[in-house]
Design a binder for this molecule. Structure first.
Ligand code: NAD
Length: 437
């Protein structure tokens, strides 16, 4: 099948590349000319493990191409995916659909016959109807189908997630669209991946419901961690003790500094906004949003406490900036709340991240950028571990102690064992776990 993928970001580039790996002929489009130029030179504009090889292989096989000419890509395709960004609209938290509608308008103008237009972007329930109306209004003489095919991949393991998903959700309202979606994902059905065929509205809502549910699970265990700290219980034991119950499940029960990233914060806000708009408020999700925002803001207070009550003229070494490991994505990362709060409290901040520093430099000022973890901790009064990159899980703790001014660590990801850290002479605090001694 011939596919055009409009938007070549984390989702568009991975999905487009994986569709070409399935054997389809894919052209990825972006209006960011520099992104396309880099891709045409064989460079990958994002950090995603395994992507470079997969792109190179499919480009070589002639199944994957890149262009900034949307019209050309749409004319050469029967299925057109929309994978542009849907960030939070300032003020009301609703999803900003301007990129989606602009892309749809351009697709309509370029189409020279029937097209199936599929939204892969996360869009609020009801958007499919608006996409259909825009297509019909722009090109009344052309027949279009609309489908919703939300994406569930995770940055950092995006290829594996796309190639071996737990399920594919396809929202359609015609047999032709349903058949095309089935054909597109046929290689996955051969591996017995369940396909959930629904209406367009249900498919749109499934994506938000999934993210809101996962965000709720994280927020639940984070609040449990706060209670654990008050009563001397251990949140790891709580997570294991409840997670082994098959009805609950062990995933997404890791206490930490609060969720960030390009999806959970904006999608929970957008769902809250849609639900209010339709007069069916989701009060539980509203609470998750506010609890998480407050949590991220509170994390700096732990560092102040670990430093003995004041950060004035103290140095804080920060390990990890991205919202999670194995990505360069800084969108709504907890570090973006924590570091400015540390600076406001009078600290000097030295920070290091394996992949996120280019973007972090744009977003944070007043930070000294370090060459590696030990450089970040050089002369530090406190170390704060914000993102659990593998290289921070296996630090040479003797070296850490030697380079720091005082061996104090605030581990916001519970990477280290409290008893071991104390045994090695660190003053150590983590999330929801008692520290011995
Ligand atoms: P992104 O910002 O990385 O990529 C979007 C791309 O679209 C950008 O490169 C931008 O230049 C391009 N673009 C915008 N308007 C365009 C136009 N008119 N024509 C051509 N290109 C255009 O965003 P992303 O992280 O890939 O997210 C895309 C969508 O997928 C969002 O709705 C997001 O919520 C959803 N999603 C993201 C993830 C994730 O992990 N990042 C996972 C699941 C779903």
């Amino acid at each position: 099948m011939r596919v055009a993928m409009i938007g070549t970001g984390y989702v568009g580039l991975v999905s487009g590349t994986c569709f070409s790996e399935f054997g389809h002929s894919v052209v990825c489009v972006d209006n960011d000319q520099s992104k396309i130029e880099r891709l045409l030179r064989g460079e990958i504009p994002i950090y995603e493990p395994g992507l470079e090889d997969l792109v190179a292989r499919n480009v070589r096989a002639g199944r994957l191409g890149f262009t900034s000419d949307l019209a050309e890509a749409v004319r050469g395709a029967e299925v057109v995916f929309i994978a542009v960004g849907t960030p939070s609209r300032r003020g009301d938290g609703h999803a900003d659909l301007s990129y989606v509608f602009e892309a749809v308008r351009q697709v309509a103008l370029a189409a020279d016959g029937y097209r199936l237009v599929v939204t892969k972007s996360t869009v609020p329930v009801g958007t499919g109807g608006r996409v259909r109306a825009l297509l019909a209004e722009t090109r009344p003489e052309i027949e279009f189908d609309v489908a919703s095919n939300p994406e569930f991949l995770r940055e950092g393991s995006a290829i594996e997630d796309f190639m071996r998903p737990d399920r594919v959700v396809a929202g359609t309202d015609s047999d032709r669209a349903r058949d095309l979606m089935t054909e597109l994902y046929r290689p996955l059905f051969l591996m017995e991946t369940p396909i959930v065929h629904t209406t367009i509205e249900s498919a749109e809502l499934i994506k938000y419901a999934a993210n809101a549910f996962l965000a709720t699970k994280i927020t639940f265990i984070n609040e449990m961690a706060d209670l654990c700290e008050k009563v001397g219980a251990n949140v790891h034991d709580i997570a294991r003790g409840i997670g082994l119950d098959g009805r609950i499940g062990r995933k997404f029960l890791h206490a930490g500094p609060g969720f960030g990233g390009s999806c959970f914060p904006k999608d929970t806000r957008a769902l809250v906004s849609s639900a209010q708009q339709y007069g069916a408020p989701l009060t539980l999700v509203e609470q998750v949003v506010s609890s998480n925002e407050a949590r991220k803001r509170r994390m700096a207070e732990r560092v102040v406490a670990a430093a003995g009550g004041s950060l004035r003229d103290k140095t804080v070494g920060v390990l990890g900036l991205t919202f999670k490991p194995n990505t360069d994505d800084m969108r709504e990362a907890p570090s973006l709340d924590i570091i400015p709060a540390l600076l406001r409290a009078g600290a000097r901040v030295r920070a290091y991240d394996p992949e996120g520093m280019t973007e972090a430099r744009r977003l944070l000022t007043g930070v000294t950028w370090a060459a590696d973890a030990y450089d970040a901790l050089e002369g530090a009064d406190v170390a704060v571990l914000i993102t659990e990159w593998n290289q921070f899980r296996a630090l040479d703790l003797d070296r850490v102690k030697a380079v720091m001014k005082t061996p104090v660590m605030v581990d916001l990801r519970n990477v280290y064992a409290p008893s071991e850290m104390v045994g090695r002479g660190f003053t150590y605090t983590s999330i929801g776990r008692p520290t011995p001694g």
